[in-house]
Ligand binder design. Structure first.
Ligand code: PMP
Ligand code: GLU
Length: 397
């Protein structure tokens, strides 16, 4: 059967593909260290699970309002107000089946042919694909490791055209771990406001920050910025709830209404049971969130130090999220078993074959000089994986 041109162009999610490959190799009995998945290894906190069990027992197992039940919207409103002083109405919130779905819906209701959307690179794999799928054009703005992977304002201004409709921000960033302080955000927001851009702010890693840093949602920078921002977040990373599939958007009523219409014709409501669990996540005690973030920090300190001790590895110190993004370009041109390492994909294949370690090639995130290592796994696995990488690269001549 001939597929639609849309489906033909679509690339599989590299992050999910590598994770699946590592799992399949493990199932074959091969001892793989999986650094692919961007998924916390912690169990979902008990109080959250209990609410889901209660929901099942009480028969809360039917269709709900398409964009989520009011009680959940209120819990989200409560969290945003308590954490950041942000005020939203229920009509400004919609809940979808994970933040990935939220972002997909946003692309579908906002972008069409002629629309340009600016994405800072390195970027999370799904942004360009989702925009292309909607018919829009992703415009990549490169950021440099030397500048902490931050947007250069002059570069940004040069990329603006009358067709530019939106700017995607993701901080703390997947894959670099870089984040923005309030002053930096203000400068970026000023450029966006002066050009009438919408800001799509993916803040899914807002609770995973290191070295005493605090998170500032761009929407807190003033009423005008808030009006032009759609804030995206969810429960996957902060509450270790990747499988529950709850994400949300907060912002302009018109956009939220269109997302609800789209959802009503596609998935309908997010899972009723997960919605009840998410209420507990947002409204219940937040100690587990802090505990998990502290543990990620301990792992980050260990892995970044170890990676930087490997000759010719250079690893940026992440400020948040749970990924190390080392530069491995010094290995390009070297060989193993007669095969030359030419790019991040070759290096990733080398690590899988020689070290039995699964990572994601930087090329998938728009940067071929890097690999992404997720340290959302146990300290034991991290130690084992880094030891293996260290030993394997000695073979590269
Ligand atoms: N944004 C970023 C930057 C991510 O890394 C992820 C991870 N999957 C998501 C959005 C989507 O998260 P989810 O769909 O699990 O809520
Ligand atoms: N966001 C995670 C990652 O980047 C999970 C996989 C995905 O949804 O892409 O690995």
């Amino acid at each position: 059967m001939k597929l639609s041109a849309r489906a033909d162009k679509l690339r599989p999610s590299a992050t999910l593909a590598i994770t699946a490959k590592a799992k399949a190799l493990k199932a074959e009995g091969i001892d793989i260290v999986g650094f692919g998945a961007g998924e916390p290894d912690f169990d979902t906190p008990e109080n959250i699970k209990e609410e889901a069990v209660r929901a099942i027992k009480e028969g809360f197992t039917k269709y709900t309002a398409v964009g989520g039940i009011d009680e959940l919207k209120n819990a989200i409103i409560h969290r945003l107000k308590e954490d950041y002083g942000l005020k939203y109405e229920k009509s400004e919130i919609t809940v979808s089946c994970g933040a990935k779905h939220t972002l997909y819906n946003l692309s579908q209701v906002l972008f069409e042919e002629e629309d340009e959307v600016i994405i800072p690179s390195p970027y999370w794999v799904s942004y360009p694909e989702q925009i292309t799928l909607a018919g829009g054009t992703p415009i990549i703005i490169e950021t440099e490791e030397e500048n902490g992977f931050k947007i250069d304002l002059d570069k940004l201004k040069k990329l603006l055209t009358p067709k530019t409709k939106a700017l995607i921000l993701n901080y703390p960033s997947n894959p670099t771990g870089a984040t923005y302080g309030e002053d930096e955000l203000r400068e970026i927001a000023n450029v966006a406001m002066n050009s009438g851009l919408l800001i799509i702010s993916d803040e899914i890693y807002d609770k995973i920050l290191y070295d005493g840093l605090t998170h500032t949602p761009v929407a807190t920078l003033g009423e005008d910025v808030k009006k032009s921002t759609i804030l995206v977040n969810g429960v996957s990373k902060s509450y270790s709830m990747t499988g529950w599939r709850i994400g949300f958007a907060a912002g302009d009523k018109g956009i939220i209404g269109a997302m609800n219409n789209l959802q009503g014709q596609s998935t309908s409501n997010p899972v009723s049971i997960s919605q009840k669990a998410a209420i507990e996540a947002f409204q219940g005690p937040q100690d587990e969130v802090k505990r998990m973030s502290k543990e990620f920090e301990r792992r980050k300190n260990y892995i970044v130090k170890r990676l930087n001790e490997i000759p010719d590895f250079r690893c940026f110190n992440p400020q948040g999220a749970f990924y190390a993004f080392p530069n491995i370009s010094k290995f390009f041109g070297r060989k193993y078993n007669g095969k030359e390492i030419r790019n991040s994909l070759d290096f990733t294949e080398f690590l899988l074959e020689e070290a039995k370690v699964a990572v994601v090639p930087g090329a998938e995130f728009g940067s071929d000089n890097h690999i992404r290592i997720s340290y959302a796994t146990s300290m034991e696995e991290i130690k084992k994986g880094v030891d293996r990488i260290e030993k394997a690269v000695e073979k590269l001549k």
